[in-house]
Design a protein around this ligand. Structure first.
Ligand SMILES: C[S@@+](CC[C@H](N)C(=O)[O-])C[C@H]1O[C@@H](n2cnc3c(N)ncnc32)[C@H](O)[C@@H]1O
Length: 316
């Protein structure tokens, strides 16, 4: 199983909160589930086992390599799965076009899969030499290399600050611009060294951690895409349907928390209005007041789970 080296995070908590069940023999329709981030199919495999033969899964991944590997893994469930090689930003469109119907459960397990980090040529890791790529979808044009070598200093500093929450963004952006006057910056270790030298190293995280996070989020439009997709997912869910989101950094988690909260409100009128004038209807019940995090045992067995935060809600 060396090809499936991605351990699904918070698996039993996810399955419990998705509230999946198999239908008794003779009943036609089982649970309809959408896995927005198929990856190597770890969560999907467990979901398919749980929903039984009458259940259906729609599975998205924008990374073709992962999608192919997951297909191999889930071969025995072939008839139950619809694979979608697309950004989950197209969730509503795909559900409608493929006549999937209202899902009973939707899962987002965000971010990178282990092969992204382990394969230096994808450019996500600052610890391994690779080209500055960082695209999940390798058919898209924008790469981290284009950003690093063509954006002006202010734009670079702003995006490193906004998406990496990096306080030293200006110093880092200046160092990048000075370096690229001499030669273009084309690989991950070269960029990591420039950041390290500019920040004179720091205690704790590697000094390039936040800049690499910022570039990845920016190149893949991660926050914008997630925001769009969460609205679509919540509105698409069947009554009593469940949504589970596992995120890996505070910017994502904050976004999930705020969008879930928005749909638990009865009214979205500005506070100044004396009377409610909106027709807004509450759509969600929160199942997790605080995010669920992995146990110490899970983190020890799978260190990549350490930053995971899971939030779940039920459609009213
Ligand atoms: C953390 S992995 C999922 C791992 C999976 N749950 C498993 O158990 O194998 C996240 C996956 O989502 C994909 N992904 C990230 N953002 C996406 C997006 N906006 N649209 C579609 N797929 C996306 C990545 O390519 C990656 O394969």
């Amino acid at each position: 199983m060396t090809d499936f080296l991605h351990v699904p995070v918070l698996l039993s908590e996810t399955l419990d909160l998705l509230n999946l069940r198999a239908m008794p023999a003779g009943r036609q329709a089982g649970n309809k589930v959408v896995d927005c981030t198929l990856g190597l199919g770890g969560h999907s495999e467990a979901i398919l086992k749980k929903i039984g033969k009458s259940g259906k899964l729609m599975a998205f991944d924008q990374d073709e390599t992962n999608l192919k590997k997951a297909k191999q893994r889930l071969k025995k469930f072939e008839k139950q799965v619809t694979y979608v090689h697309s950004n989950f930003e197209n969730l509503k469109l795909k559900i409608e076009n493929l006549k999937f119907g209202a899902p009973d459960a939707i899962l987002f397990d965000l971010g990178l899969s282990s092969p992204h980090v382990d394969k230096p040529e994808r450019g996500f890791s600052f610890q391994k030499e690779g080209s500055l790529d960082m695209r999940y979808d390798q058919t898209q044009e924008l790469t981290a290399q284009i950003v690093i070598n063509t954006y002006d200093e202010k734009k670079l500093a702003d995006l490193i600050y906004q998406y990496g929450e990096e306080r030293r963004s200006r110093v880092i952006a200046r160092a990048i611009v000075n370096e690229r006057k001499k030669h273009s910056i084309t690989n991950t270790l070269q960029l990591a060294d420039i950041i390290k030298a500019a920040t004179k190293g720091k205690i704790g995280h590697h000094p390039a951690t936040k800049t690499f996070q910022a570039l990845r989020i920016y190149v893949n439009r991660e926050l914008e895409v997630l925001e769009n997709a969460l609205h679509q997912a919540i509105n698409a869910l069947a009554p009593k349907g469940r949504i589970v989101v596992i995120s890996y950094h505070s910017l994502e988690d904050r976004l999930v928390k705020n969008i879930f909260r928005y749909y638990t409100r009865d009214c979205i009128c500005p506070k100044e209005l004396p009377l409610c004038q909106c027709d807004f209807q509450k759509k969600l019940y929160l199942l997790t007041k605080r995010p669920i995090i992995p146990t110490g045992i899970e983190v020890a067995q799978n260190p990549r789970s350490r930053s995971a935060k899971l939030r779940a809600a039920e459609r009213l």
